[in-house]
Design a protein around this ligand. Structure first.
Ligand SMILES: *Cc1c(COP(=O)(O)O)cnc(C)c1O
Length: 228
């Protein structure tokens, strides 16, 4: 069942790529396993998935320990408290919710101790909603310059969560803003920034039209969540 839903999402991603005149393999899917327990994770592993998005550090750590024998890449996509840097440095391979300097400094310090590196995406606030986190767009180029100077952090691109709206124009404007910001950051920093992480179960086809290279898919693969 999960394997079937994953296949359907993959087909929809490929169709959206073709519609956008993009290569069908130009968009990566990040399965978001947050809130789902070991049984569901096992089903996903049996379907061949090895990279998962989680929004809570404690939950990631528990799952990483249960499935320690699998080579899994854990990706943090939720707001990160600085005091969680130690666990993140130990268990995560990527953080997509990088949004401030003190967090970057804390992670860099911990990663040096663990002798590890971490891919990071800067999360950008592209919608006016109070509930949305992320750095304001104006601050991003200078922040990327600071990340570039840290030994253990590898800035790979930008991430955003679009406004929660039924209006295609409103949602696409958030995605377009992230694409434009990436161009500006590439010009100003010289970083390649290959990744634009944008699009979720409800809006990923629009995100692909706007240039997304990675869609974060929870409910369309794992089913409805009870909470969070
Ligand atoms: C939960 C979550 C997703 C996945 O959401 P779905 O709508 O279930 O696909 C994607 N990105 C972030 C940042 C999330 O917290």
């Amino acid at each position: 069942m999960l394997a079937q839903r994953y296949k359907e999402v993959k087909n929809r991603v490929e169709k959206a790529c073709i519609k956008a005149k993009r290569a069908p393999d130009s968009v990566r899917i990040l399965p978001v396993s947050k809130t789902f327990g070991p049984d569901v994770l096992q089903e996903a592993l049996d379907a061949g998935l090895r990279r998962f998005g989680e929004n809570k550090v404690q939950e990631m750590k528990q799952k990483a320990e249960v499935f320690a024998e699998y080579p899994i890449d854990w990706v943090i996509i939720g707001y990160l408290q600085t005091n969680k840097a130690k666990e993140v440095a130990r268990y995560a391979s990527e953080v997509q919710s990088m949004d401030r300097l003190d967090l970057a400094l804390a992670l860099d310090k911990r990663l040096q101790l663990e002798n590890r590196t971490l891919d990071v995406l800067v999360q950008v606030k592209t919608s006016p909603e109070q509930t949305k986190t992320g750095m304001s767009a104006e601050a991003v180029p200078a922040f990327l310059q600071e990340l570039k100077a840290m030994q253990t952090l590898r800035p790979m691109g930008l991430m955003t969560v679009a406004e929660n709206s039924d209006s295609e124009a409103t949602v696409r404007a958030c995605f377009a803003a992230l694409r434009h910001l990436r161009q500006q950051c590439q010009d100003q920093t010289g970083l390649a920034l290959p990744t634009l992480s944008m699009g979720m179960s409800g809006d990923f086809e629009w995100a692909i039209q706007e240039g997304s290279t990675e869609v974060r898919i929870g409910s369309a693969i794992f089913g409805q969540r009870d909470y969070a």
